[in-house]
Ligand binder design. Structure first.
Ligand code: BES
Ligand code: ZN
Length: 615
């Protein structure tokens, strides 16, 4: 029998978790969390005699009967699997029949090796005065924050008491139970409750010098005090995104939708932690041009958080669907051409990653096999953009938005609170189309080349056609540079009407051509001043264009960018490209080694591999 989730060591077929309660003290001196987790479990199988949990680099201080905490349980921390951690086997005193509730209390603490946590020294924060801690659990790092059944198919509610040194504040991916902390001596206890069931990878915690500003009826943005104004200005569209999501799908379930803007080392653009999306400060462009990441994370409130993939092999159900909804929101708010343009940018990201992994690499299948594979190593644009393209193709093929949008809503209603696989997704699609529209749509579905879409590596089997309204001028300009690569004519006027996105697309097109001569890059920079641009998406592409041509004047700029932010989308390709330049390899390694502590553990580990520094 193949396992439902090859990336967990927990016995999820025999027993499941219903609720998780955390009691943790945050110890900045020793950089560790100390406390306990109380798990409320339910047996699924007959004769369950043990509970196996996932852990990774945790110290276990004891396991007890949750109902009678005097009574300890026998347990064993098993041998470490380098990718999936150490399972914790807890022996139950009596074997239990199916459908029995039980509670298990595990006392534990985290260590320096825990990949979910990044501890920042005061010097690594904006304020320079207080330390900072944040977590990142997706995909399989929750097990290094708390012993649990770390599989996305196990959906739980959770609560927590976090004991935090004054004057710092704690926030979690849950509703705040007390606005003001309970004061006990020197410590402040913040309490949280998440009442909607969700997978373990959405447990999230941040502790730091945090200030909040209301930006909507159900939204507060949080950040270090020094950038709170900037954050509040950048993300004013938040409520409109949520409302548009509600129009497209179902009422927003999670109560509040807050945003947290993290320090520069946050490894992702955004992370959809319920009630509190985490975002990178690289979104603060000062012109609201990068807020589609917020639309994306909001779309996860339905796709991923409410309707969840059962395993990382079906990750596209989270991210492909979320891209699809993100672009629906963008289309509703800014017009269909913006949606079409965003989809074309997606194709560029997909092409880049399919090239990087290799066109016949099985990790470029929409549903890859992940037995023995760390999901972090499999991460790419494929689930996002091949997933999006499948849904976009289906929308066209089945008769357009008037058929597809009601289906989308029905899908969320049907699977809300559940986890599913791709085959369950497909079954529901067939059932819905047959029931609502009859055999005609079933015939259309039967024409879809499912094997190619779901199980074949490389680019999608169908090339969707997108409207060129916004991309045309970019493509033309890139063509002009390519054709006149030896004697370019350029003027700032060429791009004066371009939106930031169009500049990005132009640079993407330039990246596709042969490396430009250095004098041509110099002319481009003179006319367009790309080196000066602070918008992180433009800055990243321009640096990539220069590195592709081994244009050395850009090196100091690349280093500058690499040491103020650690978002993997930028950091990994830039390090790889610098490393690939014969005159840049040493600089790439030196820069990384010198700044190793700045990067988040997840990011550091991957760059180490990219630069051939892993042992
Ligand atoms: N859930 C992801 C981030 C993630 C994926 C973390 C896999 C860990 C493992 C998040 O929603 C996301 O997709 N972020 C993107 C933003 C985007 C596509 C607009 C990012 O970080 O760039
Ligand atoms: Zn996402």
């Amino acid at each position: 029998m193949t396992k439902i989730d090859p990336n967990t060591l927990a016995n999820i077929e025999e027993v499941t978790t219903e609720h998780l309660h955390l009691d943790l003290k945050v110890d900045f001196e020793k950089q560790r969390l100390v406390g306990s987790v109380l798990l409320t479990l339910k047996t699924l199988a007959e004769q369950v005699h043990e509970v196996v949990l996932d852990t990774n680099h945790l110290v276990i201080n004891g396991v007890y009967d949750g109902e009678n905490q005097e009574k300890s349980y026998e347990y064993k921390l098993n041998e470490e699997d380098p990718k999936f951690g150490r399972s914790l086997t807890i022996s139950l005193p009596n074997s239990l029949p199916a459908n029995q509730s039980l509670k298990v209390l595990v006392k534990y603490e985290t260590t320096k090796e825990c990949g979910a946590l990044q501890w920042l020294q005061p010097s690594q924060t904006m304020g320079k005065e207080h330390p900072y801690l944040f977590t990142q659990c997706e995909a399989i790092h929750a097990r290094s924050l708390v012993p649990c059944q770390d599989s996305p198919g196990v959906k739980i509610t959770y609560s927590a008491n976090i004991d935090t040194p004054a004057p710092l504040r704690a926030l979690m991916s849950a509703l705040r139970v007390n606005e003001e902390p309970e004061v006990v001596g020197d410590s402040r206890i913040y309490k949280f409750e998440q009442k909607t069931t969700m997978p373990s990878y959405l447990i999230a915690l941040v502790v730091g010098d945090l200030e909040g500003r209301e930006i909507g009826p159900r939204s507060t943005v949080w950040s270090e005090p020094a950038m709170i104004e900037k954050c509040a200005w950048e993300f004013v569209d938040t409520e409109q995104f949520i409302k548009t999501g509600e129009e497209l799908l179902t009422p927003y379930e999670w109560g509040c939708y807050d945003l947290l803007v993290l320090p520069g080392s946050f490894p992702y653009g955004g992370m959809e932690n319920p009630c509190l999306t985490f975002v990178t400060p690289t979104l603060l462009a000062g012109d609201r041009s990068l807020v589609d990441v917020v639309a994306h994370e909001i779309a996860h409130s339905w796709m991923g958080n409410l309707v969840t993939t059962k395993s990382w092999e079906n990750f596209w159900l989270n991210e492909g669907w979320t891209m699809f909804i993100e672009r629906k929101i963008i289309g509703r708010m800014h017009g269909e051409p913006s949606r079409q343009f965003s989809a074309q940018m997606g194709i560029k990201a997909l092409e880049a990653d399919v090239d990087f992994f290799g066109h016949d690499n099985s990790l470029t299948c929409l549903c890859p096999r992940l037995h023995g594979v760390d999901p972090d190593d499999a991460f790419s644009s494929v689930p996002y953009e091949k997933g999006f393209n499948l849904l976009y193709y289906l929308e066209q093929h089945l008769g357009g938005p008037s058929v597809f949008e009601p289906y989308m809503k029905a899908y969320v209603q049907y699977f809300a609170g559940k986890a599913l696989t791709t085959s369950e997704w497909k079954d529901f699609l067939y059932q819905y189309m047959e029931k609502t529209h009859g055999q005609e749509k079933v015939d259309l579905l039967n024409q879809v080349d499912w094997k190619a879409w779901l199980h074949t590596p490389g680019m999608p089997p169908v090339e969707n056609k997108y409207d060129q309204t916004l991309s045309h001028a970019c493509t033309q300009l890139a063509k002009k540079w390519d054709e006149h690569r030896d004697a370019p004519e350029a003027s700032p006027k060429d791009i004066e009407d371009f939106t930031p996105d169009q500049k990005v697309f132009f640079l993407e097109k330039v990246l596709e051509t042969e490396p430009l001569p250095h004098s041509t890059l110099e002319a481009m920079d003179k006319a367009y001043s790309f080196t000066q641009v602070q918008n992180s998406e433009i800055r990243f592409r321009w640096q990539m264009v220069c590195l592709k041509a081994e244009y050395q004047p850009i090196y100091p700029e690349v280093v500058k960018f690499l040491v103020i932010q650690g978002r993997m989308k930028y950091t990994r390709p830039l390090y790889r490209a610098l490393f690939k330049c014969p005159s840049g390899s040493q600089l790439a390694r030196d820069t990384f080694i010198k700044n190793r502590d700045f990067y988040h553990p997840i990011c550091g580990k991957l760059i180490e591999k990219d630069l051939g520094l892993a042992n």
